[in-house]
Design a protein around this ligand. Structure first.
Ligand SMILES: Cc1ncc(C[n+]2csc(CCOP(=O)(O)OP(=O)(O)O)c2C)c(N)n1
Ligand SMILES: [Mg+2]
Length: 354
């Protein structure tokens, strides 16, 4: 039986602090806990190594997701492999949880065509960079799957800022009206680059928006992987039984810059960042598993070393890809390219010195 504890500020919580705040339990076997932990560590390692690779000039601009791993791993763990994931740039590496090679994701951030995958290979849609435009895609996909009686659920990941976008509103409206089997998963890290969540809505919480679309809104502690898992599992069950969509608001505080090109020191609350780092999601779950006797320090170290090795191999693989020819930019832009593209390509080759 699962046991989800009510938490301060109306956020669902399962993991305690090893002291006064008691641990809850979820309905997972020790093996499942370890699988979830491996996924969490894999995402963390991907993220930390990517920042280093960026500083070394080996990947381009990169959207850091440090301390967002619990939202991603916890929610994805509640899905079946036939369910579809619609990620934003913040969930760029979520495909790793579906067996996508890390070199593919690294190639994406290197701007190389090897970074594109066939969504049907992993049931993971392309990474969406425009804010919120994938919400209607996920809803349409989920509705279509239902019409085809495929028993697939879709999940769309987006940020707090995305809830101000028209496409979020359109997608959520359709989802509610059509009872689409979809989960609208909002990563509320409280910032849209330098715009605080208070500037996105006058509603007390983002979950409050759900009622206007006729769907339940759930709020969870986004750094508590088990609370995220539980909340998403319930949403998945609702979707599968035809009850329709759920809006999940997973709350954290962004501890890293928006992306590698951002300097948050001029707008962010540094004290709050430090607090959040102290309580970051991988350490929290690790300590929980140690308390439960499901994990040992030695096993934790092995999991981390495996993930590091995987990343070392992946970056080496990504770097052995032959450089892509710039003509690809033009060839795949339009089905019927204008004649001027030929001149543009020549000009680009001249600029690049090719
Ligand atoms: C349609 C659109 N408008 C503006 C941008 C520029 N932009 C990139 S990230 C971002 C902030 C998004 O914040 P949020 O939705 O909270 O997601 P987070 O980055 O915090 O995960 C903006 C405005 C964009 N990518 N797409
Ligand atoms: Mg945000």
């Amino acid at each position: 039986m699962s046991q989800v504890l009510p938490a301060e500020g109306g956020l669902r919580r399962v993991i305690g602090d090893g002291q006064a705040l008691l641990d809850g339990e979820v309905d997972l076997t020790p093996e499942q806990h370890l699988d979830l932990y491996r996924g969490l560590v894999l995402l963390r390692t991907y993220d930390e190594r990517s920042l280093v690779y960026h500083r070394q000039g080996r990947v381009g601009t990169y959207a850091i997701f440090w301390n967002h791993e619990a939202m991603q791993a916890g929610s994805a763990f509640a899905l079946e492999s036939r369910d579809w994931i619609f990620p934003s740039y913040r969930e760029s590496a979520i495909g790793l949880l579906r067996g996508m090679p890390a070199s593919t994701v690294l190639s994406w951030w290197r701007g190389h065509p090897a970074g594109w995958w066939n969504p049907e290979d992993y049931n993971v849609a392309s990474i969406c960079v425009p804010i919120g435009t994938h919400v209607p895609h996920a809803v349409g996909f989920a509705w279509g799957s239902r019409l085809k009686r495929e028993d697939r659920v879709a999940i769309a990941y987006f940020g707090d800022g995305a809830t101000s976008e028209g496409s979020f509103h359109e997608g959520a409206t359709f989802a509610g009206v059509l009872k689409a089997p979809v989960i609208l998963f909002c990563n509320n890290n409280q910032w849209a680059i330098s715009t605080p969540v208070a500037a996105q809505t006058a509603a007390p919480t983002l979950a409050d928006k759900a009622i206007g679309y006729g769907m339940p809104g759930v709020r969870v502690d986004g750094a508590d992987v088990l609370a995220v898992y539980e909340a998403t599992r319930e949403a998945v069950a609702r979707a599968r039984t035809g009850e329709g969509p759920t809006f999940v608001e997973a709350v954290t505080y962004r501890t890293a810059p928006h992306a590698t090109a951002d300097d948050p020191s001029i707008y962010i609350d540094e004290e709050r960042v430090e607090e959040e780092k102290e309580n970051e999601c991988v350490g929290r779950y690790e300590r929980y598993l140690l308390r439960m006797g499901v994990l040992t320090d030695l096993e934790a170290e092995e999991v981390k070393q495996e993930a590091l090795e995987l990343m070392r191999t992946a970056i080496a693989e990504a770097e052995t890809e032959a450089p892509a020819d710039v003509s690809l930019v033009f060839e795949h832009a339009l089905a019927d390219p204008p004649a001027s593209f030929a001149d543009d390509l020549l000009e680009l080759r001249r600029i690049l010195g090719g």
